[in-house]
Design a protein around this ligand. Structure first.
Ligand code: G3P
Length: 223
């Protein structure tokens, strides 16, 4: 399972690019607005693309099919490798079909059920983004929904890649991988949290102390 970072924060994306195991970035209008509501969106998206160089999903803000297609054309004029993020509404599915017919990659967002995922796959979505945290927020078992979708994908051989989105904690990453998601898009703080383990820190401290002892002993013997 690949890991993307779900953010529009330049410093966090820069750090993720250095980490070496993050292969893409997903953004949405809320993430862009959180950083700097006055930012020029084109400029920010291009800054992000320069840093990550891999997958970058950029969301449209229209709710009608033609508006979505026009926005997709504009985003693609900024950089041709863009994946166009489209909301899971009927007008969005029509846009996905039209973009898919032209070979343009799409990421259908705001998917909360297997029915929605099936519709998006049949419309030709390249990616289907299944939201976990927001389902958990309403006491609905997000892992169960993701497992259902992964199971259906195996049975039906759908080609759309499954993204676990709205990830809120490291356990969501493990559950997504276990279910069979292709990608988890994860907020920066959760990525960092997921790398930590107290035994790693304790073990490294012990190694460093022992190495220090050895170098001190060697230097005292050489005197
Ligand atoms: O990838 C979708 C994500 O940005 C939504 O996350 O935490 O706002 O539900 P959240």
């Amino acid at each position: 399972m690949q890991i993307y970072v779900d953010t529009a924060n330049i410093n966090h994306i820069r750090h993720c690019a250095e980490l070496g195991f993050i292969s893409g970035v997903t953004t949405n209008p809320s993430l862009l607005a959180k950083e700097d509501p006055s930012v020029d969106i084109r400029q920010r998206i291009l800054e992000i693309y320069d840093l990550i160089g891999g997958h970058l999903s950029v969301e449209v803000n229209s709710t009608d099919t033609n508006g979505m297609i026009a926005e997709a054309d504009e985003i693609l004029s900024w950089f041709p490798n863009a994946t166009i993020k489209i909301p899971m509404i009927p007008e969005g599915l029509s846009a996905v079909r039209k973009l898919s017919n032209k070979g343009i990659p799409t990421n259908v967002t705001l998917i909360f059920s297997a029915n929605q995922a099936i519709a998006a796959a049949n419309a030709g979505a390249t990616y289907v983004s299944v939201f976990m945290g927001r389902l958990d927020d309403i006491s609905f078992d997000s892992v169960g929904v993701l497992q259902d979708i992964c199971e259906i994908w195996d049975v039906q051989d759908y080609e759309s890649l499954i993204i676990a989105a709205s990830v809120r904690n490291p356990l969501h990453i493990i559950e997504s991988a276990r279910a069979g998601a292709d990608i988890a898009t994860v907020p920066y703080n959760v990525i960092i949290q997921s790398l930590k383990h107290p035994l790693t820190d304790a073990g490294l401290n012990a190694f460093l102390k022992d190495y220090q002892k050895m170098t001190e002993l060697k230097s005292s013997l050489n005197k």
